[in-house]
Design a protein around this ligand. Structure first.
Ligand SMILES: [Zn+2]
Length: 333
């Protein structure tokens, strides 16, 4: 059953030519974002960043929906905005591909977040273009999250992941969480010395599918076998019961320093992640459609049982570089 569905999903993919992730385009987005300068939540620069993202998505024929609110941080009250783009698929059940676009607030130096905040946003703009022209069996939502970074110097308590927490809370309230079947998070994927470890907080089957896709493409030098534990925007989704995976390279020398600039990142790294995510997608869809088909069957059985019961007059019956990585991830990012 599983392999038949997978073959079907892969067969459908083979029929429809899927455009490739173009790291040249992603690089240009990254360059433009970095050129805006530091882009902390609530700043005029992040407003400019949103305009850039929305304009680029519009060029791909996509409409951006804003989710805005004011959040109280330990430092101040901050206006935050998540950006969401929906690409309808054959089913209404959806996969969210997310990343943050804010950069950490630093007053003592100029922090432009080429990998941390820039790479994820640039990646999402480009993958949106690719997925727009793909025949998607499930709906895909691209989600640009605000407020991932802690407002205070140290990562702690609720002073981080403002955007993802708000999104999940709202999705619970309006009932849209029910159609969310998986979440893929990208963060800090620009490192020119790319090494992405498995995150032990992530849902194992999703990690397996992604690392397996990397291995098939001979990209296992980048998606390595080590593991680490990461606190990031996937945690609120996991807490709400959504299978989620964080694709992140936190082993980054320039992390949260003035050196997180274009010199520390590469288009090649964006290409690697783009290729791996696109290669994993049919397998993720196959895994999810198996669950959806089974759920559908159970409903059909129950309905026919009711019909039988209604007709019957019978009485009712019951029926790592571990130490370094550990230190980094303990501090969040
Ligand atoms: Zn960060």
């Amino acid at each position: 059953m599983g392999s038949a569905l997978l073959a079907l999903a892969l067969g459908l993919q083979a029929l429809a030519p899927v455009p490739k992730f173009d790291s040249g385009r992603a690089w240009e987005h990254l360059r433009q974002l970095v050129a805006i300068g530091p882009r902390p939540s609530g700043s005029p620069a992040i407003e400019q960043t949103r305009k850039y993202i929305k304009d680029q998505l519009a060029l791909s024929g996509l409409t951006t929906v804003e989710q805005s609110w004011d959040d109280q941080t330990p430092l101040d009250k901050v206006h935050m905005v998540n950006l969401a783009v929906t690409i309808p698929g054959a089913r209404k059940e959806r996969i969210v591909i997310a990343g943050h676009y804010d950069t950490k607030l630093y007053r003592q130096f100029r922090f432009v977040g080429a990998s941390d905040g820039g790479s994820s946003a640039a990646f999402l703009i480009e993958i949106a273009r690719v997925l727009k022209s793909r025949k998607n069996p499930m709906t895909i939502e691209l989600l640009f999250l605000d407020g991932e970074e802690a407002r205070m110097p140290e990562w702690g308590g609720n002073d981080n992941t403002y955007g993802s927490r708000h999104y999940v809370e709202m999705a619970k309230r309006d009932g849209s969480l029910a159609s969310l079947k998986a979440m893929l998070l990208v963060d800090m994927i620009g490192d020119r010395d790319l090494d992405i470890r498995r995150d032990t907080n992530s849902t194992p089957w999703l990690s397996n599918v992604i690392w397996e896709a990397a291995r098939r493409q001979n990209l296992d030098d980048y998606f390595i076998a080590d593991s680490t534990r990461i606190e990031d925007d996937h945690l609120p989704f996991l807490a709400a019961g959504i299978p989620s995976v964080d694709i992140i390279d936190l082993d980054y020398e320039a992390w949260h320093t003035a050196k997180d600039t274009l010199d520390a990142v590469s288009a090649r790294s964006l290409q690697v992640v783009g290729d791996v995510v696109l290669a994993s997608l049919p397998h993720i869809e196959a895994h999810l459609s198996k669950t959806l088909v089974l759920t559908g069957r159970r409903i059909v059985k129950r309905q026919s049982f009711r019909v039988l019961k209604a007709k019957s007059t019978l009485p009712r019956r019951k029926t790592l570089r571990h130490s370094m990585i550990t230190t980094l991830s303990d501090g969040g990012h």
